[in-house]
Design a protein around this ligand. Structure first.
Ligand code: ADP
Length: 499
């Protein structure tokens, strides 16, 4: 509890760090090597705690526990409503610990505390309730077979699942992966990002309190190339569900292919376009565009990092954006008036600043921002570039920070062409009052989610994931439940037929 807020007066009592060990087979344990690693507060760059550093041997133990829980334990054999009941209890416990969980994600990932309390952690609980409600509604189909055969399908749990998750939404991401897999009857090993191990361990503790049997959920904290790679290449994991960079997604898929051909789902990077047409309300559109890139300090894979504005309102939008960006407050994420906190770590902070330098060198015009925002910690100013050309790095690469590329277009056809000119396909936004335009553009853009006159309108019922190099497979909604189920066909003759 030494971790004070950046301001002189502490705004809230910071949580005591209770869980820093691996969670394997229902117990908190040290890593076999005894090694630990530092977890850092990005508000100050200072140490929060040391956390157990899991490696291959620890992943082996966790998989053994998950395999035993799957092959012999109660979890896959419980009725769906019994699984649902435990998940509901887990959700209630999450609600009871909102303050602690939100504070952990604030000190570990630099996320806004109030937003965590009001939105992120409650939604994490809701995700568990949503899939808890689905756990007793998993069923197959009766098949219309030819000849004298009858057939039906069973939906069975996929088996032992490995989840590898990133640091930008430690809580939401945990629930998006774990909740549907639990509802399906799978058992699992989760590897949180090395930057944000704290809340995942806390969730593991709450899951145990809720009555989740030992071995069903294991959490191995550690680094990507060691613990993460051990998950991706494990011979006894049936499916790996990964969210992170496109670069690492490729490595995970290769490891899956060269080990046991485990099934893979990948949710990867993005460079999502937001297209603002002439008929838009300028003030609202500018607000949306800014929120689309600055929310969670741009550390969100669906961020609207490319903004295309139709020529008729371009100048007005530019003016509004700069005005609003200058008024956007960056600072301690515990301060309720702050709109965004620090980037997650020094590496990301430096990477973003180097992209900004690159943008300047390539000849884009820096309209506002471009510098660190505070003396200490990893804060970056809201940054807007204009005169960005399609072949510039800042318009092609995912920067994962508060950096917008602004571009002008004339016709809808041109906007569609530019929007699709990317290797990614995670999300897109459209701002217009014209229904025909909205419909045409939504169907023409190759991306997993299209937001019309809104952005980041997430809901637990809405599947999302990528087209193209943004990956495949969907998180959230019933699609995610099906991701953790296998279909088995059962066929039998109706009469004593020659078959
Ligand atoms: P980011 O660039 O957003 O940090 P990464 O793709 O590097 O995203 O990380 C996402 C997750 O993937 C983290 O949990 C990280 O530890 C893990 N990871 C990184 N490298 C590997 C790897 N070689 N194999 C498996 N997992 C990895």
């Amino acid at each position: 509890a030494d971790h004070r807020n950046g301001s002189s007066e502490p705004l809230i009592k910071l949580p005591t760090i209770k869980f820093t060990k691996l969670f394997i087979n229902g117990q908190f344990v040290d890593s076999i090597s005894g090694k630990t690693f530092e977890t850092i507060d990005p508000r100050t760059g200072e140490l929060i705690a040391r956390v157990a550093e899991g490696d291959k041997e620890d992943v082996d133990l966790a998989v053994k526990a998950a395999r035993h829980a799957f092959d012999h334990g109660p979890w896959p054999r419980l009725s769906g409503s019994e699984r649902g009941r435990i998940m509901m209890k887990f959700a209630d416990l999450i609600d009871e610990h909102i303050e602690d969980l939100a504070a952990l994600d604030t000190i570990n990932a630099g996320k806004l505390f109030n937003w965590g309390k009001a939105v992120d952690i409650p939604q994490t609980a809701h995700n568990f309730r949503y899939y808890a409600g689905a756990a007793d509604k998993i069923h197959g189909e009766v098949l219309k077979m030819s000849r004298e055969l009858q057939g039906y399908t069973l939906r069975e749990p996929f088996g032992v699942v490995g989840h590898i998750i990133p640091w930008n939404f430690p809580s939401a991401m945990f629930s998006m992966k774990v909740a549907p897999a639990l509802a399906a009857g799978c058992t699992m090993v989760l590897k949180p990002a090395e930057q944000t191990p704290l809340s995942a361990l806390y969730y593991a503790h709450l899951a145990k309190l809720a009555g989740l049997p030992d071995g069903v959920l294991n959490v191995v904290t550690g680094f990507g190339p060691t613990a993460g790679a051990a998950v991706a290449s494990h011979m006894d994991i049936d499916k790996v569900s990964f969210t992170g960079s496109t670069e690492v997604g490729r490595v995970v898929m290769q490891a899956a292919a060269t080990s046991n051909l485990k099934a893979v789902s990948l949710e990867l990077g993005g460079k999502s376009p937001l297209i603002i047409f002439d008929d838009a309300d300028v003030d609202k559109a500018a607000e949306l565009a800014l929120m689309g890139i600055l929310f969670n300090k741009g550390e969100i894979c669906v961020a609207s990092s490319r903004v295309y504005v139709q020529e008729g309102i371009y100048d007005e939008i530019v003016k509004k954006l700069v005005e609003k960006a200058k008024a956007w407050k960056v600072g301690d994420p515990f301060d309720p008036t702050v709109r965004h906190g620090p980037q997650v770590d020094k590496k990301q902070f430096e990477k973003i600043l180097s992209y900004i330098e690159h943008g300047k060198r390539e000849g884009a015009t820096l309209l506002t921002g471009g510098k660190p925002a505070c003396e200490k910690g990893y804060y970056i100013e809201p940054t807007i570039f204009t005169d960005v050309k399609e072949d510039m790095l800042i318009s092609k690469d995912e920067i994962f920070g508060p950096v917008m590329s602004l571009m002008k277009f004339k016709t809808m056809e041109e906007a569609i062409k530019c929007a699709n000119n990317t290797r990614y396909g995670l999300a897109a936004g459209i701002v217009t009052k014209n229904l025909d335009v909205a419909n045409t553009v939504s169907r023409s853009i190759r991306a997993g989610v299209i937001w019309i006159n809104c952005y980041f309108a997430f809901d637990k019922d809405c599947p999302y994931g990528g087209y193209k190099m943004s990956g495949f497979g969907r998180d959230m909604g019933m699609e995610a439940l099906h991701k953790y189920l296998q279909v088995k066909s059962v066929v039998t003759p109706i009469y004593n037929s020659p078959w």
